[in-house]
Design a protein around this ligand. Sequence first.
Ligand code: PFF
Length: 453
Amino acid sequence: MTNKRESIHGQWSSRWAFILAATGAAVGLGNIWKFPYIMGQNGGGAFVVLYLACILLVATPIFIAEVMLGRRARRSPVQGMTVLAQEERASPAWKYLGWMGVIAGFLILSYYSVIMGWAMAYVERAMTGSFNGLDGAALQRMFESFKANPMELLFWHSLAMLITMLVVVRGVRAGLQAFTVLLMPALFVILLLLVGYGVSTGYFGAAFSYMFTPDFSKLTAHSVVVALGHSFFTLSIGMGLIMAYGSYMPEKVSIGQTALLVVAADTTVALLAGLAIYPVVFANGLEPSAGPGLVFQTLPIAFGHMPLGVLIGTLFFALLTLAAWTSSISMIEPAIAHVVEKRGWTRVKAGIWLGLGAWLLGIASVLSFNHWNEFKLFGKTFFELLDFATSNIMLPLGGLLIAIFATWIMRRESSFDELGMSERAYTLWRILTRYVAPLGIVVIFLYGLGILA
Ligand code: PFF
């Protein structure tokens, strides 16, 4: 009955456009930079199992719920939650779930753009052969002195934000869709080339068994929290972005199947990124647990010594930049859609002001790598705190509330009607979203609190 609503922001042209755009938002620094290094910090195979369990049992059902809420409301997350709450006779306070998403997206964009800037800076370094012949210590110095230079970080952060906003202001179809449709295939091709290179090193088998032979004794309570947080971050769920993208989804498209395709693509890219990076790490006797520097200071050792290193290195950082770009253009969507709906601003005006705000906040992240690196709260710099607070607290909390709204507050008929699944698939989704996912999130949260205590 309520399905006649239309989004004022336009629509994806087809099911495939949604799949590509959502995959573009999902596949990003999270898959190629973060996943390989957190896997290395958390013992390899066992972490992969944990991560896959979080994706399947918690994140995927919530992804489906989030798309469903978006398409039903056909509005930005704040107005969307207001309308849905009214319709289900629930408290108007549910709109704050939308607000949390708007804020989380804004916060994530502010620091994401800084790291996207790193990737861009390293394209330049790779292309000019700066890694040639350098050893681990020299590359570590290069990375450290890069981070220690606020002006250089600021330059790249500004450029990253600028190219993000140039796409955002063009709108849903001419900007987000056109751009992602163009870039995603390029990204897959580069990734496959790099995996091919990994195979040629002769260390593919070693990487494979590192990633797929679990040793659970290597896991800590912290690994569990990180795996959960990452499953939200990598799929971009829990913050209303997928809700906004869902609101641009044409009627009649099957949400369940579409969501499964996006999740499969995102997970495949993360695993392939591991299979591209780890053969190089092992072939060069490098450390898997290098942390955030893994792709910036560890991999260049290999690029600087291998045949065709300039080409492979440039391709790798170009891949990282493209992946970051197709994600960065998505993050601010809940906020943009909100001001366009609520304040009647044009997309261009909204993009300029919100982009400017995120850019300004990003400067604090830039400084947290140099001038402010001594200022710590809970033992974390500003950048680390933002990353932790968004991925490990705000997104899982948003996801928990989405799961609760979709299956405890919303009437069964409403969700059944919007999802259009078979009775069996619907029941499976409902059990996972109503019981398994919320329980998983709460238990992992409490576990996490235990670590902090
Ligand atoms: N999913 C993106 C990644 O893995 O890099 C990160 C991300 C994008 C998070 C968009 C949140 C978001 F709204």
